[in-house]
Design a protein around this ligand. Structure first.
Ligand code: UD1
Length: 428
């Protein structure tokens, strides 16, 4: 199994290009099932998760052309040959569950295993299924599989989500685009990835308005064509590198990062004493000499502070002056990085959904274990500022969501090396 060895060694200096967003790309890939003509995605992130989704699509009959290492992926769902997504494929990655809605809308039935994914607490899909039922689908759950049918097609519905769910909003949108009549989604998620999906679907002929607000209207159309669409820049990757630069100090330009998607983080970084400059082509993060001060954060749906940056921010706060409270409101079990950060010398007490972080003057390298995707990268950030060497084990989590992480950080001066099977086979 691969691991990363990181030597804490001072400031980061340089430029980091931001990749296309994983969380957007996966839903855009699922959208290809709705399109009768090719959907071409550019700025596709080359990640274990997006490659895995491509394999699932091939299994369903989609022609996928995506040469290794390339950022352009062409998907053509001229003939869907299977409507079954088996357990083995869905358990490894939760987003694969999102093929259910498109298959149901396009073919009229689908059988998809209930999802697995990151171990960050119970992650139900009841809101997704309720939305399909409201659109007239018959749903049965048998032996871990969701069997859904709408043989005469889905019909538009008025759906008021009891709370904000990114997954359910996207999934309902993916089904409603081909339903008869209008669907209204209220209390919808407003994450930038939702707008990216809506913009791509609209380019294929869908009629979606209101995305980016809490009320989305979708006028069903008979069919979708295809389009060429550029995947939105990954705000979580950009935010992660911003936090890394804030922690290590120095001057890093995040090329392609979109300030409008990162308001809550930019605000928290500035309050912590970090300089964030918004430039026309990205964001510049600077911290030269000045210390960091403790800041409280509360995770919330967009435009609030993203749950996907909570672990990384905790790593930053572990070396800030003072005490910060970090409250996780989206997932109930998302503090697994706290004990690992403590192994590096951080002083963190977890009480329910709150972590109290007392800043320490320095961290010290140690072997640690990656537990989930965002937790893993928080350990990398802590390791960049820790004295001595840290080894992060089980980094397959990292490879699910960060493209060429060690190369991007390495170019800015970080001392970070990979060892293990894939490092040997790819010469990394
Ligand atoms: C969530 C995050 C998203 C992040 C992703 C991966 C929010 C609002 N969502 O999206 O930003 O990128 O994790 O870490 O920040 N829920 C139900 N029933 C459902 C669906 C969801 O009870 O059918 C609950 C979840 O357990 C969770 C909350 O709703 O407590 C929000 O979940 P949701 O936004 O759907 O999760 P993801 O789409 O995975």
């Amino acid at each position: 199994m691969d691991k990363l060895s990181i030597l804490g060694n001072g400031p980061l200096e340089g430029r980091i290009p931001i990749s296309g967003a994983k969380n957007s790309a996966l839903k855009l890939q699922a959208a290809s099932l709705l399109c009768e003509e090719p959907l071409v995605l550019t700025s596709m992130p080359n990640l274990a998760d997006t490659r895995f989704m491509a394999d699932l699509l091939r299994n369903l009959g989609v022609e996928v052309e995506w040469p290794k290492g390339e950022a352009l992926c062409r998907m053509h769902a001229a003939n869907i040959t299977s409507t079954i997504a088996p357990y083995d494929l869905v358990r490894k990655m939760r987003a694969t569950f999102n093929v259910l809605g498109p298959l149901l809308a396009r073919v009229g039935h689908a059988t998809v295993s209930l999802p697995g994914g990151c171990a960050i607490g119970a992650r139900p899909v009841d809101l997704h299924l309720k939305a399909f039922e409201a659109m007239g689908a018959d749903i049965v759950i048998e032996e871990g599989y969701v069997k859904a049918a709408a043989l005469r097609g889905l019909r538009g519905a008025h759906i008021n989500f009891p709370f904000v769910s990114v997954g359910a909003t996207e999934h309902a949108m993916l089904a409603a685009v081909l339903a008869h009549g209008e669907t209204i989604l209220e209390n919808a998620a407003a994450e930038p990835e939702i707008s990216d999906l809506a913009n791509c679907l609209n380019a294929c002929g869908a009629k979606i308005t209101g995305h980016g607000t809490s009320t989305i209207r979708i006028q069903g159309v008979a069919k979708l064509t295809g389009a060429r669409h550029d995947v939105i820049a990954d705000r979580i990757e950009a935010g992660t590198f911003a936090i890394a630069a804030a922690a290590a100090g120095g001057n890093v330009f995040l090329e392609g990062a979109r300030a409008e998607d990162l308001g809550a983080l930019i605000d928290a970084l500035r309050r912590a004493g970090v300089t964030v400059e918004v430039e026309s082509k990205g964001l510049r993060i600077k911290r030269n000499g000045g210390g960091l001060v403790a800041v409280d954060v509360d995770t919330r749906p967009h435009p609030g502070f993203p749950t996907d940056l909570q672990a990384q921010f905790m790593a930053l706060m572990s070396i800030a002056e003072g005490t910060s409270t970090i409250r996780e409101n989206i997932f109930e079990n998302r503090f697994m990085h706290a004990p690992e950060l403590s192994r590096l010398g951080a002083n963190i007490t977890v009480r329910g959904n709150e972590a109290i972080v007392k800043g320490v003057p320095k961290l010290k390298g140690a072997p640690v274990m990656a537990t989930d995707l965002r937790a893993s990268v928080s350990l990398v950030i802590a390791a960049l500022v820790a004295e001595g060497e840290t080894t992060v084990n089980r980094i397959y989590h990292l490879d699910r969501g960060f493209e060429r992480l060690e190369e991007k950080l390495g170019r800015c001066g970080a001392k970070i090396t990979r060892s293990g099977d894939s490092a040997r086979s790819s010469g990394r």
